[in-house]
Design a protein around this ligand. Sequence first.
Ligand code: ARG
Length: 459
Amino acid sequence: MAQLWGGRFTKETDQLVYNFNASISFDQKFYKQDIRGSIAHVTMLASVGVLTEEERDQIIDGLNSILNDIESGAVEITSEYEDIHSFVEANLIDRIGDVGKKLHTGRSRNDQVALDMKLYTRDEVVEIKDLVKELMETLHGIMKEHIDTFMPGFTHLQKAQPVTLAHHVGAYMEMFKRDYSRLNDIFDRMNYCPLGAGALAGTTYPLDREQTASLLDFYGPTLNSMDSVSDRDYVIELLSALSTIMMHLSRFSEEIIIWNSNEYKFVSIDDGFSTGSSIMPQKKNPDIAELVRGKTGRVYGALTSILTTMKGIPLAYNKDMQEDKELTFDAIDTVKGCISLFNGMMKTMTFNKPQMEVSAKHGFTNATDAADYLVNHGVPFRDAHGIVGQLVLLCIDKQIPLDDLSLEEYKKISPVFEEDIYEAISMKTCVEKRNTIGAPGHDAMEKVIAINDAYLADL
Ligand code: ARG
C-alpha cells in the first residue's frame, strides 16, 4: 500500500478496504493523459512563479522518463498504488527526490481525475470519429456501385416497394452522418479544462487556468470549480452517442443476418468474416453481425449505469464517480471493435444482385405503380387500389408476379389496361419514376452521392 495520505490516520487501512477503494487496475489506462496533465500543470506553476524554472524542468524530465519507462516496459504499474495519480507522483519522488513533492501544488486528485478522464475520452472521440468515417467511406463505395441494383424495400418486414441497394445503404449513411456530427457536438461541449478547480473551491495559488487550458488544447477553463470536479455530463453524452451508433450497427446487423439467411440469399458474407459450426458441416454463420447486435446491450448498460450513478450525487466530488471509468472504457473499446469489424465485414461482403431483383419482383412491390397507372388513366385511386388487389389475388393463385400476367387477364379485371402496363410496372420504371431528392431514382441518388462525396472529402 503506497498512499498519498495517511497523516491524520492512526491505523493502517484494512486490506479489503484498500482493495475496494483502489482504482489503479483500471485508471492506469490513462497514464499518458495523467502525465500530460501534470506537465501542463507544472509548466503553468513555473510561469506564475509558484515553481522555479529549474524545479519545473526537473519535474518535467522526471515525468517524461516515467512515460518512457512505462512505454518500454521498464517500469510496471502495480497494484501497490491506490490509483494512477499516486503511482506517477510516488514514482516521480523516487526518481527526483524532494522536488517531486511539489508536483501536486495547487491541485487535488478531484480536478486531476476530472482532467484525465476528459483528456482520455476526448482522444477517444477523435478515434471513434475516424472509425465512423472509414465505415461511411465503405458504405459510400457500395452506394456508388449499386445505384441500379434493385431490391425490395420493406415495411413490417413485408415487401413494400422496390428500391435500390444504394438507397437502402444510403439510409444507414445518413444515420452515421448524424452519429459523426453528434461526436463533433460532444467534443465541442466537453472541451473545457477542469484543472485548477482544486478539490472543489479553486486554490489560493495564482493559477493561470487559461494557460493550462491552452497547453492542453482546450478552448478555455471551466467556469465553476464545483461543477468542474463533479461534471460527468460529457461521459453521459458520449455513452449516449455510442449507444446510438450501436443501435444503428445493430439494426444493420439484423438486416445482414436476414439477408444472409438461406431463405433470402441477398448477400454472401466473406469466409474471413464468418464462422462455422462444430457439428453441422454445412454451416457458415454470420457471427460478427450477431456479436455486434449482442454487444449493443452492453453499451446501453454502460449508459444506464452512469445515469443511475450520477442521479443522487450531491455537489461536489464523491467517490461514486470513480464508477464512471470501467464501464466507459469498456463501452469505448466495444464500440471501436464493433465499428472496425462491421466495416471489414461490409467491405468484403458480396451482393447477390439477381436474387435481390427477383425478390423485389415476386413480392408485388410494383402493385402501387399498377394502381398509379389506372389513376393516370382516370380511375379514382380507391377503385384502382381494389382492382390491383384483385390482380394480386389472381397472381398469388397462379404463383406469378404482376409482370407475367397476360394483357387479356389484366383487361378481364379492368379494360383500362393496355400494353404499356408492362413498361409502367417494370422494376426500372418503378424506381426511376421516384426521382425527388431522397428517393431511390437514379438521378436523385446521383445527387445524394455527389453531396456525400463532398461531405466525405471535407471531413
Ligand atoms: N480514483 C478516483 C476517481 O477515479 C480519483 C479521485 C480521488 N479523489 C478523492 N478525493 N478520493 O474518482
